[in-house]
Design a protein around this ligand. Structure first.
Ligand SMILES: Cc1cc2nc3c(=O)[nH]c(=O)nc-3n(C[C@H](O)[C@H](O)[C@H](O)COP(=O)(O)OP(=O)(O)OC[C@H]3O[C@@H](n4cnc5c(N)ncnc54)[C@H](O)[C@@H]3O)c2cc1C
Length: 433
């Protein structure tokens, strides 16, 4: 897991780590054990599957290399948004109208499921309703409004389109030319939510082990996962390791690319100032291909995300460069300090569609990856789809598993230059729109 060292120190600098009390650790796996389902990865995908599988009566054990939530799940922007990372047109093109409708509906179900789990398991994670999409050019505003009209026409999903003149009530920024408001999407404190989901899974009887990196996966009718201190034999396996799986599943690695994205969090602002920046307190993101995403927190800070990097190194002067982006959007924040800056890796696929499927001759090794930066809500539903499939009804899982994916061209060594070229093209397209 070569990504881990710099990655973990980045996560520890996060506002989320500073504001979530550390809970008692889950003990590492020791010795040889058995279970019905073994899960690799203690992020939202793995935990959601663990909880759902336990609720269906499976004996479940989950192995997490580091700490629960130490991957993307505990450090993301906290924005739970309808749809997928890719355009819905791509899904329609690949799957046809009927299955594309199922995918859209499942993306909305994912939002409802997130709210249900928060309520059912009493997870204190600062959930707030509301998401606002905004556009930085008139062309991008037309694109955004068209996407809202399309969602309503094709899927009956209603959002409120906002013309440039109406935006002042929604966001105190000179930067934007149009908006789209969705009351059903929203935002939360992702590390508090992820740890809450882990507590719920453990309370339901799932065996969770931290500090248990899976080093070897032996496929077969009863696959075996080996760690430094033990082994776990199971009838079925779920790989939910995001960009960190690497050599454990060499077939999967070329289909995703780890792309760094970064977040800065300001000092506490006066409440009236925080209220004035985004009066609805919604989560906000722009519709550029390389997007900025931001929101105010419960304790009145500006949490501002954006930038990308294609190497696994943390960009220099991270806090200052993020501060400059924040001030470009909100000039009122000039002079305000950044107290936390961190980042993580999103698992981008070539077409930005999620990549779910099965491996092995027995087809008893499931995987979930490729959320492409849009996995906060969807990972929760994906865990449920895996549980349904393992329990015998794969119909909904297979709707996603049909999506076609290609390896990044040039293999592992050339993946980065190919992606940089692709991103440069999209950036240019954003500037010209
Ligand atoms: C900075 C950032 C901002 C983001 N913002 C948003 C957002 O606002 N909205 C949104 O929808 N999405 C966002 N995302 C994406 C979202 O966070 C992810 O899609 C989602 O959390 C994926 O969850 P996961 O469980 O699949 O992966 P992860 O949370 O990364 O969990 C994978 C886990 O597997 C473990 N693991 C890997 N290999 C092994 C092994 N061999 N043995 C044991 N354990 C292993 C890792 O240690 C890790 O904890 C963001 C991501 C980042 C990084």
């Amino acid at each position: 897991m070569a990504l881990l060292d710099t990655d973990l120190s980045l996560a520890r600098n996060s506002y989320y780590a500073a504001t979530s009390p550390r809970e008692p650790a889950f003990a590492p796996l020791q010795g040889d054990a058995r279970c019905d389902v073994a899960i690799v990865g203690g992020g939202l995908s793995g935990l959601a599957a663990a909880l759902d599988l336990r609720q269906r009566g499976f004996d479940v054990a989950l192995l997490e290399a580091r700490e629960i939530g130490s991957g993307a799940s505990g450090r993301n922007g906290g924005q739970a948004i309808h749809g997928l990372a890719c355009d819905q047109e791509l899904i329609e093109f690949q799957l046809g109208a009927t299955d594309a409708r199922l995918v859209w509906d499942m993306s909305i179900e994912a939002l409802d499921l997130l709210r249900e789990r928060i309520k059912e398991h009493a997870i204190a994670c600062e959930w707030r309703d509301g998401w606002l999409g905004v556009a930085r050019t008139p062309g991008k505003a037309r694109e955004l409004l068209r996407s809202g009209e399309r969602a309503e026409k094709r899927y009956g999903y209603r959002m409120q389109g906002l013309a440039a003149g109406e935006l002042g009530h929604w966001i105190a920024s000179p930067e934007f030319h149009g908006g789209l408001y969705d009351p059903r999407s929203g935002h939360l404190h992702p590390l508090k939510y992820t740890r809450g989901l882990a507590r719920a899974a453990a309370a339901a009887g799932a065996r969770l082990h931290e500090g248990s990196e899976v080093l070897v996966l032996e496929q077969g009718t009863q696959p075996i996962l080996r760690t430094a201190r033990g082994s776990l034999r199971a009838s079925q396996v779920l790989l939910a390791g995001n960009v960190y799986l690497g050599a454990l599943a060499p077939q999967l690695a070329p289909r995703i690319m780890p792309v760094g994205t970064y977040i800065a969090c300001s000092e506490v602002l006066p409440e009236a100032l925080a209220d004035s920046l985004i009066p609805s307190r919604s989560a906000v993101c722009d519709n550029n291909f390389v997007l900025d995403y931001f929101r105010t927190t419960d304790d009145n800070r500006m949490l501002y995300g954006g930038r990308v990097s294609y190497s696994t190194r943390t960009p220099g002067r991270l806090a200052e460069s993020m501060r400059q982006r924040m001030v470009l959007t909100f000039p009122q924040l000039e002079g305000r300090h950044i107290e936390y800056a961190w980042g993580g890796f999103v698992d981008i696929t070539m077409n930005r569609a999620p990549d779910f499927g099965r491996l092995g001759e027995q087809r008893n090794i499931y995987y979930l990856q490729g959320y492409s930066g849009h996995g906060l809500a969807l990972s929760g539903l994906a865990g449920r789809l895996v549980a349904e499939a393992m329990a015998g009804d794969a119909s909904r899982f297979d709707v996603f598993a049909q999506l076609g994916h290609r390896n990044f061209p040039g293999g592992t060594r050339l993946r980065t230059p190919a992606l940089v070229l692709g991103m440069a093209w999209y950036r240019l397209r954003d500037m010209l729109a």
